[in-house]
Design a binder for this molecule. Structure first.
Ligand SMILES: O=C(O)[C@H](O)[C@@H](O)[C@H](O)CO
Length: 339
């Protein structure tokens, strides 16, 4: 086990060891270097997934493919890194789907509030027909989409006051991803949404440019937001997936055997990321409490108040996203709930 004091704050949460690499060695022509950029830091679950991807690809290609990891938006935030893939100056990235909605409007379905009551329901959709179709649709515009990962359930934090009802949001400046639907969510709840790149978020919180933000517990801790935010509310208001993207220009240079290897490794990375973020979720929340963050856990009744207040968001975005896709996903969720 590797201690994670790097995760900041007090208790070190143990990061599970990287799994063994399974599958045969892949023989193919050529040597290749992959620069793989992400926005979250070295001590999050996303990066841990990338380490596993690196291990699989380097071992199974016998070292003919080398992978270099660039966390913390060193090579740009989600949008900048995606553009670099399209330009062919970067090989891989794994953004949240939310900032890419202008490029792929259907991704906005994942921004609908309280869509997935449980993470397994998101898995059923992402790993099923709907998710596969979305990967195919996103394999365009100079990109190849080869898998899903887990960013996770988003939680609200702020520097001003405890929040246990939408009324407490009055006048709070909340940073959102660069995504109109997320802005609609916080506006509808009564806050002032400010869209901003993740790369600028810590400084904006520290300087009080914004009062709050929302991200999964593991990102709140790995980005040290708890050092500039005293209050958090466990809203679980949106489940955000990550999507694994490759530059089409690079992809087309790869022999088919190596394309298949990257697809396999991306699937394994995504599943491992899910395991890590779900295994650590509660412990990380406890670490944040131990670090002095005041966390409000909402009752079912209190969550209902947020859900009811956000129902109009579904109406506002039905046509833009497509009623059929929303109904398809809601049906899948209800089926999963009935099981
Ligand atoms: O708040 C956000 O922007 C997202 O949740 C981040 O994880 C982002 O993708 C990291 O690049």
């Amino acid at each position: 086990f590797i201690g994670l004091t790097a995760l900041g704050a007090s208790a070190a949460t143990e990061m599970p060891p990287l799994p063994e690499v399974t599958g045969d060695k892949v023989e193919a022509e050529g040597n290749f270097n992959i620069k793989f950029s992400i926005g979250t830091t070295k001590s999050g679950a996303q990066y841990r997934g990338l380490e596993y991807f690196e291990k699989i690809v380097e071992q199974r290609s016998g070292g003919d493919i080398q992978v270099e990891l660039f966390p913390g938006a060193q090579l740009g935030d989600d949008l900048q890194a995606t553009s670099a893939l399209q330009a062919g100056t970067l090989e891989m990235t794994m953004p949240s789907t939310s900032p890419l909605v202008n490029m792929f409007p259907k991704f906005a379905v994942f921004d609908l509030p309280f869509l997935f009551p449980k993470p397994e329901m998101a898995d059923a959709v992402l790993d099923g027909e709907i998710g596969q179709q979305m990967l195919e649709d996103a394999s365009s515009k100079g990109l190849v989409a080869i898998g899903w990962g887990e960013n996770g359930y988003r939680q609200l934090t702020n520097s001003q006051r405890p929040v246990d009802s939408p009324d407490d949001l009055e006048g709070l400046k909340i940073r959102t991803m660069q995504n109109e639907l997320h802005m609609d969510i916080w506006r509808t709840l009564g806050a002032n949404p400010t869209p901003m790149s993740f790369a600028e978020l810590f400084t904006a919180l520290e300087q009080g440019v914004v009062d709050g933000q929302e991200n999964p517990w593991i990102t709140i801790k790995s980005s040290k937001f708890n050092e500039v935010q005293d209050y958090a509310t466990e809203t679980n208001h949106v489940y955000t997936p990550f999507i694994t993207l490759v530059s089409k220009r690079f992809w087309d240079r790869l022999p088919e055997e190596y394309q298949q290897l990257l697809r396999d490794a991306a699937t394994k990375m995504g599943n491992y990321q899910r395991d890590v973020s779900r295994t650590l979720n509660d412990q990380i929340k406890q670490d944040l409490k131990d670090s002095g963050m005041q966390i409000t856990e909402l009752t079912d009744e209190q969550i209902k108040v947020f859900q009811n207040k956000l129902e109009p968001v579904y109406k506002n975005w039905r046509d833009e996203i497509g009623g059929e896709l929303i109904d398809q996903i809601r049906t899948k969720v209800q089926q999963a709930q009935a099981q």
